[in-house]
Ligand binder design. Structure first.
Ligand code: NDP
Length: 446
């Protein structure tokens, strides 16, 4: 890559219409450009040009029969982006918005994130435009079985190990694991996020949210701060948001918002542990809407069709989906005194909004670094499966915490600017790049 502009023109030409993929690649290209100039061996081997092309993409038909005996058709995908440092690893997303471009952006980011964890994990991502919302358990099972009836050929404990993401939680992982086992006649660690009594790891459900809070804790320490009494806004109400909320309460912060795709709730005096239990049952078992909290939880107000970024806070945790903070939201957050952002979601902040945060010199943790706790603990689940053991909750949590501390150190190593400001975006992208790039140099032109 000689110039980011020319490089991006080629990326856009060769991947037409894949806007989220362009956005993710451009962020990395801009971050690593100065590093590539100083280290010409990577450009000589066309490393970044190779990294943006998936090693393999599988697209397949997923037919299934709904409760009314009607045939439904969805599209299934698996992007096997990079196996330079380990088997492909990354979640499956079930959401109507899923398309090739969104999964390529997620798979590309996953390569850098997995590299940052220091574990031997390559990068991948997959999913389907199937929407689990409003479907019966039986319909979800039929879909998952049909999805796995094709996917099973392409994955394996040493090849590609998927996990959950939006719309894929323990229920979906269970149905997919059951079908894989039936088709292959073997019990292996082919998926992570499994139930603890059938090969799962303790702390895996909590890991992305806990890990995000651990990372922000490290950032706060650089400014002599901690979570005590800090007002936090959280978006989303799914896996990542719930455990971010739980850990924040444990560390003495006040969580005042949660959201879903229809709106957000605000409780100025702070949501409680009892409120969290209510939300967990509402979202994970009853599969209800966040608006139900306004009726059930005292002091809670619901804002339909809005996101929580105008609520004044010290720290914000976008934990729902991509591009949920725009430039205006970022300016509002900064104006209201927000001084740290921990991205639980992948790429929740649009590039112009990232600039607002960085120009304001606030602590900004990009998803790659902040939410890597999920895949790290998936890596720990793979290790436990391989040696056929189960570590205690404390042991897994201790390892997770150490990994997040290490990721923070790598970001500081590569991202500290001359004026002392830590550019976590540059730090995460360069640190993630180096390990994969060096492996590619070692392994030749493959
Ligand atoms: P869940 O499906 O458990 O929850 C997703 C939450 O985000 C729900 O509250 C959902 O609301 C909301 N949401 C989804 N799409 C939109 C949208 N278009 N606009 C507004 N809100 C939306 O997913 P996770 O918690 O697992 O994932 C959340 C984010 O974290 C994603 O970006 C994911 O890629 C990322 N992530 C997840 C990891 C994991 O281990 N699970 C690991 C690393 C990153 P609704 O119910 O209305 O759809």
């Amino acid at each position: 890559m000689e110039s980011v502009k020319e490089f991006m023109a080629e990326v856009v030409r060769k991947n037409p219409g894949e806007l989220e993929f362009h956005q993710a690649v451009e962020e990395v290209a801009e971050s690593i450009a100065p590093f590539l100039k100083k280290n010409p061996q990577y450009n000589e081997a066309n490393i970044i040009e190779r990294m943006i092309v998936p090693e393999r993409v599988v697209i397949f038909r997923v037919p299934w029969i709904d409760d009314n005996q009607k045939i439904q058709i969805n599209v299934g995908y698996r992007i096997e982006m990079s196996s330079a440092i380990g088997p492909y690893k990354g979640g499956l997303r079930f959401h109507p918005s899923v398309n090739l471009g969104i999964l390529k952006f997620l798979a590309f980011e996953q390569v850098f994130k997995n590299s940052l964890t220091t574990l031997p994990l390559g990068g991948g991502k997959g999913g389907s435009d199937f929407d689990p919302k409003g479907k019966s358990d039986m319909e979800v099972m039929k879909f998952c079985q049909s999805f796995m009836s094709e996917l099973f050929r392409h994955i394996g404990e040493n090849t590609d190990v998927p996990a959950g993401d939006i719309g894929v939680g323990s229920r979906e992982i269970g149905y997919m694991f059951g079908q894989y086992k039936r088709l292959k006649n073997e019990f292996t660690g082919v998926l992570t996020g499994k139930g603890v009594n059938w090969g799962g790891s303790l702390i895996r459900p909590e890991a992305t949210g806990y890990g995000c809070v651990y990372f922000v804790h490290e950032m706060l320490k650089t400014r002599g701060e901690d979570f005590g009494g800090k007002i936090c806004t959280v978006s989303g109400a799914g896996n990542v948001a719930q455990y971010t909320f739980e850990k924040l309460l444990e560390l003495g912060a006040k969580v005042v918002t949660l959201s879903d795709s229809n709106g957000f709730i605000h409780k100025p005096e702070g949501l409680t542990v009892e409120d969290l239990r209510f939300v967990m049952e509402l979202k994970n078992i009853k599969r209800g809407r966040i608006s139900d909290c306004a009726k059930a939880l005292k002091g809670c107000k619901y804002y339909k069709g809005k996101r929580p970024w105008a609520v004044p806070c010290d720290i914000a945790f976008p934990s729902a989906t991509q591009n949920e903070i725009d430039e205006k939201d970022a300016k509002t957050l900064v104006k209201n005194g927000c001084f740290a952002i921990g991205e639980g979601a992948n790429m929740p902040t649009i590039p112009d909004a990232v600039k607002v945060f960085q120009e304001a010199r606030i602590l900004y943790a990009p998803g790659k670094a902040a939410n890597a706790g999920g895949v790290s603990t998936s890596g720990l689940e793979m290790s436990q499966n391989s040696i056929r053991t189960a570590w205690t909750r404390e042991e897994v949590d201790r390892k997770l915490r150490q990994i997040k501390i290490n990721i923070h150190e790598s970001c500081v190593q590569y991202g500290k600017q001359k004026d002392g400001y830590i550019n976590y975006v540059a730090g995460a992208n360069i640190a993630g790049f180096v390990k994969v790039a060096d492996a590619m140099l070692d392994q030749g032109v493959v």
